[in-house]
Structure formats: C-alpha cells, structure tokens
Write a protein that binds this ligand. Structure first.
Ligand code: B12
Length: 244
C-alpha cells in the first residue's frame, strides 16, 4: 500500500528512488512509535552536476534550493496521501539550515536528529561512500534525499545495505578540496568521524561558497560530480546498480 502511494505520487517516477526501512533502535526515543522510515531520493541534473569542476556554481546553488523545495513539496503530498490511508507520518525536511535551532544545538558534531543517508541504507537503496556521501545503486550520489517517519510497519520485507561497495576507488578522496576523507571504507559499525572530517568539509564548503557565489552557505558538490557511479555511460555505474 505504501509503495503504491509513493509510485503514484512521485512524478516523473523515473527521476525518483524510494524504499522503506526499519529504524528500530537507530533514532532518538523522542520519535516514539515512529520507528519506520520512508526514504525518497530525487535524481540531480547531469549537466548541472558535471559543471561542478573547481567548486560550486551559481546554477548549482539555485538548483539546490529548487530541489529542496520540490522534495519538501513531494514529501508533503505523500504525508497527506498516507494520512488518507490512516498512516501518520513525520516529514524530515531535505535540509537543515546551519543557523537552524536543531543544527545550532549540534554544531560541534554537525549532526541532526535523523540522517537521510541512514534511512536510505536501511531501505537498501545504497551505501555510504568514502567522502560520506550516500551512493545510491541507481543514481550514485547524484540525488537529494528526503525522509518520512511512520508509526506502522510497512507490509514489505527490508533488505538493508550494511557496508560500502566503493572498493579501491579513491577518486572522491583525492579530489576533495578539503582533504576531509582518509580513504577508509564505511560499514554500519564505523562512525562518520573515523573516515570523514565533517568540520574540514564544512569550513571548505563555506569558504568556496563565499569566494565563488558570495553567499554564507555550505555548498560544494565536487564529491558528487567526480564519483563515477551514476555518471552517464560509466561501467562502474552498471556494475554497482545491478548488484542487489
Ligand atoms: C549536517 C549536514 C552537513 C554538514 C556535515 C556533513 C556530514 N557528512 O555529516 C556539512 C555542512 C559539512 C555538509 C556538507 C555537505 N552536504 Co550536507 N547535510 C547535513 C545534514 C543536514 C545532516 C547530516 C548528519 O546528520 N550527519 C551526521 C552523521 C553521523 O550522519 P551521516 O553522515 O548523515 O550518515 C552516517 C549515518 O547515516 C551512518 N549510517 C548509515 N546507515 C547506517 C545504518 C546503521 C545501522 C548505523 C548504525 C549507522 C548508519 O553512516 C553515515 C556515516 O557514518 C544532511 C540532511 C539530513 N537530515 O540527513 C545533509 C546532507 C547529508 N548533505 C548533503 C549534501 C549534498 C552536502 C554537500 C555536497 C553540500 C552541497 N549541497 O553542496 C556537502 C558534502 C558533504 C559530504 N561529503 O558529506 C546531502 C547528501 C546527499 C548524498 N548523495 O549523500 C544530504 C543528505 C541532504 C539531502 N537532503 O540530500 N552537510
């Protein structure tokens, strides 16, 4: 039923991926019975992502705002449709402003209450790459995510992904302008800070956004642009996406 609601309301459907997840024990107790998740990813435009070569572009920045709005709107529609089927949900917005109360509270760790990437791996849609991006089987890291928490177990099985499939590829590690990653592979027992320095990334994103766009935001996107998975006609893309 949930999958039908998603299929019928995400348009055009080939630009989206979605899945459901069991988040029991993985999110704060304050969410109570809302311990199941829906992960939704929207594909990013190849031309805009490919044009990120030395840092963020104004076009990418405007697009980023537009996609956040599109995803928030889509999640709102799904929430209403779920409600009609008597499923209550909580929308976790695509982004959290660095000045928002939630992130301010967690500024020392750069962590929010619900990680979209975790909902995505639990839904079996992808894994975490070496520069801490969510690498989806279908679009690689070329997507933005939104999540909903629900208080009913979805009527399907879950096939979470527990470890990285990046292997020996180090392209994003080498190209990261912040040198934020050390090349270690992710798995569910490995905390972000073991392989990725989010503060170095944040500082560099801010510096680049100021320099290139004259905005006080954290924007970069180079790690998304250089990843071979999800790039059109890349052999690794096919290999990764066909493994279940
Ligand atoms: C805070 C934040 C930042 C911070 C910190 C980034 C970071 N890596 O943590 C800063 C300002 C640096 C930042 C920068 C960027 N961000 Co940002 N950011 C967020 C935000 C708001 C929260 C992330 C968070 O809580 N991190 C805390 C750590 C602990 O969690 P995590 O890294 O998300 O994932 C860990 C867990 O999920 C865990 N995990 C995964 N599965 C499982 C399963 C189990 C069982 C367990 C135990 C754990 C586990 O593994 C991960 C690594 O340890 C999210 C939105 C959101 N609500 O998720 C966007 C988000 C992560 N950002 C995003 C993007 C695109 C960016 C930038 C490219 C900026 C830009 N748009 O140009 C850069 C690149 C950063 C990078 N390479 O990671 C996207 C990522 C999309 C993708 N393909 O991965 C997100 C998801 C927003 C979105 N709606 O799509 N960001």
């Amino acid at each position: 039923m949930i999958k039908d609601i998603l299929k019928n309301n995400l348009t055009p459907i080939d630009e989206y991926i979605f899945g459901t997840a069991d988040l029991t024990g993985l999110i704060d107790k304050k969410f109570g019975e809302y311990r199941f998740g829906i992960s939704i990813g929207k594909r990013l435009d190849d031309r805009i992502i490919d044009s990120i070569v030395n840092g963020p572009t104004m076009e990418y920045y405007e697009y980023y705002n537009q996609i956040n709005k599109e995803l928030a709107d889509a999640a709102g529609i799904i929430k209403n449709e779920l409600k009609k089927s008597r499923v209550d949900s909580i929308v976790i917005e695509p982004t959290t402003s660095i000045c928002s109360k939630e992130l301010e509270k967690n500024l020392s760790t750069l962590t929010v209450d619900v990680s979209h990437k975790m909902v995505g791996t639990r839904a079996g849609l992808g894994w975490i790459g070496k520069t801490d991006l969510f690498i989806s089987k279908k679009f690689g890291p070329r997507l933005r995510l939104v999540s909903l928490l629900i208080n009913q177990k979805p009527d399907n099985d879950f096939y979470p992904i527990d470890k990285s499939r990046c292997g020996t590829c180090n392209i994003c590690v080498d190209k990261c302008p912040a040198k934020a990653a050390n090349g270690l592979l992710w798995d569910t027992k490995t905390h972000r800070d073991t392989f990725f320095n989010a503060h170095k990334c944040s500082d560099k994103c801010r510096e680049l956004a100021k320099q290139r766009l004259n905005v006080d935001k954290r924007i970069c996107g180079l790690c998304i642009s250089v990843c071979p998975i999800g790039k059109k006609n890349d052999k690794r893309f096919t290999a990764a996406s066909t493994r279940s």
